[in-house]
Design a protein around this ligand. Sequence first.
Ligand code: CA
Length: 222
Amino acid sequence: MGVIQNGGLETGDFTGSVIDGHVNDPVVTNTLSHTGTYSALAGLNPQQETFCAENNNEPLGDSSFYQQFTVPAGGGTLSFWYWTCTFDFLPRDWQDAYVTDSNGAILQTIFHQCSDHETWVQQTVDMGPYAGQTVRIKFLVHQDGRNPPSDITGMLWTTCSYPRHAGPRRRLLQQPRQRHLHSHPHLHRQQRQRLQSRRDLSQRPGRSRLRTPDHELGTADS
Ligand SMILES: [Ca+2]
């Protein structure tokens, strides 16, 4: 299980996330999915059945939601897909994605735009700068309520993935260990074999122990 909960919205609701921008409330919808059935929609006006169309019912305000999680020690890369629609442009309406701290203060603006992709776009975020921190990934759509003519803006979000054990952490732990083994030429043959067999064990899938305690290597010269 990854760090992000319900990343594909497949519960059909916002389980794992918090809605904090209520104009209008984001919704989980099966109108347009990437993989699976559902995606989350911020902005537009789904409460009045307006989806990517000009119906003179654009609200004025922010529609947003976030998910809070603790970034693993190895950082890693967060990935998500989004889909945008607009009849407006900056600086009147916008579609934003942020990394914030646990108080909601913005640490990084992933994007700030008013785009009309009308196709799924993948976005990745390097979480290395936030290793070990509790942060939020947040999605926000602002609409300026200009009617008529309505120039409405929205964004869908889905399929957010972020494995708990990111690749860089595993590599960082293995590299020093291998150097350590080869830097001890005076190890007895039995000790070398024992260490080699432990390394083989540690590389089996599902094995979590990645390093031998230093004291087990410390008998080489005695
Ligand atoms: Ca607008």
